[in-house]
Write a protein that binds this ligand. Structure first.
Ligand code: ADP
Ligand code: MG
Length: 322
């Protein structure tokens, strides 16, 4: 019902950046190759996300806005097999309960659908002609939850969170072309060629991109790849450490520790490395259902992972020394 949607919304939808994160995850799950984000006033007035993905069948559109109606989890064992970024089936229900939302979608092989939802209530549903893909427009976010609206910071701060979100999505999906516009001006672009280093360059600049060392390491259960900056390039905080597990951007203290141990004496005290680490593994070995934001995970073979990450970093740094 509407109240539980609003309560759930507080968990999933904290600020414009969290709306964008959920919409981008849906576009990625729909196999999009191109995703465009168009914002006005740091997303507080308008968030528009357009993709060229699979689209939604007309008969499934309404269902997409019911909480858990789309949950991809069938039983508890399913949690360990999660391959899509979204699986709780609550993002669209939550977002639409605290905004004025328009969905336009088409699977390409029949006429598309337009659905208008205000504050969780379906206002209009009609046929719509559109090429294959989905467009979601979120207007006047938190218009009916004034307490949440008050909690938001300046346009500048909110835009910072948004940039952070889009950077993370682009780093975890180098094969998808991302574009982001704010008040008509392009603020982000990644070419979608599958080349991670090109995305690194878009985000961190040419100097860092040209001073990255390639990682490549295998163990029985893990494949570790990505880049670390040469040890002379360091930062004063850990925000430049990106961890990507099976295409999902995560936070994890154990892997962070392994990276630091791998750097060992190469890292001056109080300095942090620039790292983009991709870890691939059987989805059975990672539990992503620890937190609604899905950024915290639990590994079942933590020690093996720790050792292989530490070794991967150590080896790359020592090789370049020689
Ligand atoms: P979840 O992603 O956890 O399944 P969401 O509320 O985020 O739940 O989305 C509900 C459903 O709507 C998705 O499972 C998907 O079927 C559909 N959907 C949402 N966005 C898109 C999109 N951009 N393209 C195709 N389908 C989408
Ligand atoms: Mg989702």
């Amino acid at each position: 019902d509407e109240l539980s949607n609003k309560i759930a919304a507080g968990e999933v939808v904290e600020r414009p950046a969290s709306v964008i994160k959920e919409l981008l995850e849906n576009s990625v799950d729909a196999n999009s190759k191109w995703i465009k984000v168009d914002l006005e006033e740091a997303g507080l007035r308008t968030i528009k996300v357009i993709d060229d993905g699979d689209g939604i069948e007309p008969e499934d559109c309404q269902k997409a806005f019911f909480r858990h109606a789309t949950s991809k989890i069938v039983d508890e064992f399913d949690l360990f097999r999660v391959k899509t970024l979204g699986f709780r089936g609550e993002a669209l229900a939550s977002i639409s309960s605290v905004s004025q939302l328009t969905l336009r979608t088409s699977t390409g092989d029949q006429s598309g659908t337009e659905l208008i939802v205000h504050g969780g209530e379906i206002k209009e549903k009609q046929k719509h002609t559109k090429r294959k893909g989905t467009e979601i427009i979120v207007e006047n976010l938190f218009y009916n939850t004034p307490a949440r609206l008050k909690y938001l910071k300046t346009i500048h701060t909110e835009l910072g969170h948004i940039t952070d979100t889009i950077n993370k999505m682009a780093l975890s999906h180098p094969n998808i072309r991302f574009e982001c516009y704010h008040n008509g001006k392009r603020i982000f672009f990644s070419p979608g060629t599958g080349n991670l280093l090109q995305v690194v360059q878009q985000i961190y600049g040419k100097n860092i991109a040209q001073n990255m060392l390639k990682i490549n390491e295998y163990s029985l259960d893990y494949k570790i790849s990505g880049y670390i900056a040469k040890p002379e390039i360091t930062r004063s905080n850990r925000n430049f450490i990106s961890l990507i597990v099976n295409g999902r951007f995560i936070k994890n203290p154990v892997i962070n520790k392994a990276i630091f141990d791998g750097y060992h004496t190469f890292l001056p005290i109080g300095r942090y490395p620039v790292v983009v680490l991709q870890i691939e593994m059987d989805p059975y070995l990672v539990d992503v259902n620890v937190h609604p934001a899905k950024t915290e995970v639990r590994f079942s073979k933590e020690k093996e992972l720790f050792d292989i990450v530490k070794q991967a970093i150590y080896e790359v740094l020592h090789q370049q020394r020689l």
